[in-house]
Design a protein around this ligand. Sequence first.
Ligand SMILES: C[S@@+](CC[C@H](N)C(=O)[O-])C[C@H]1O[C@@H](n2cnc3c(N)ncnc32)[C@H](O)[C@@H]1O
Length: 249
Amino acid sequence: MTLHLIGIGLNDEKDISVKGLNIVKKADFVFLENYTSRLQVSVEKLEEFYEKKIILADRETVERKTDLILEKSLNKETAFLVVGDVFSATTHTDLFLRAKKKKISINIVNNASILTAVGITGLELYKFGKTTSIPYPEKNYKPETAYDVIKNNKELGLHTLILLDIKPNKNMTVNESIRILLDIEKKRKENIFTEKTMVLGCARLGGDYKIKCGTISKLEKEDFGKPMHCLIIPGKLHFIEEEALDIWK
Ligand SMILES: C[S@@+](CC[C@H](N)C(=O)[O-])C[C@H]1O[C@@H](n2cnc3c(N)ncnc32)[C@H](O)[C@@H]1O
């Protein structure tokens, strides 16, 4: 029997590929990894379109109860659905390696990812540096990693894609991420992320997207609407990239 790792795209129930859909329709078990990204539609809508019951796999299930998913794949056709692409941003390498060790047959069905959908902005994908993320700050946990990554990428003239935190009941907005970075700037004072820094806010790429390019002071108050959101800090711009960014100003 086979464990099928299937990317289901960025927007709605119809973004799954024909190949992926055919597998889901025939699968004995269908898991949906639902803690690293979300579609614009409900799980019920997916179930209706796939004509299958979906088992939600939260972080606990995927990271600590991997055996449960693997056990099912030993004897049954099991589909493990990932929003976006299977190994993009969220790697799921652990699940893949453990399945390999157990000699479970694995089938991968790729799809679009946020890592490439940002190409719509006109920024060259080849010129993105390290991708980073911003988690919701907690009382004793206020990481400054994103600030350092922006700094390092800027030094090399590279663009930075920043992915934003998802919690069961909330999704970080562009505005929240800007405030967090401004707070770090206030503390560090290294002139990396100031009111004058040019950024791009992106929402719902692959669907009814909204993209806005401007200074922090402008974008701080912009309403990007429903999730998912991400933030991009452009590096050194080629004149074609500059022309493309004008569209979003
Ligand atoms: C950890 S990544 C998951 C990547 C996913 N496996 C993929 O390939 O797209 C999830 C983050 O990417 C960003 N993101 C995902 N989909 C998006 C979309 N359609 N538009 C804007 N940002 C998105 C959000 O910041 C979200 O928290």
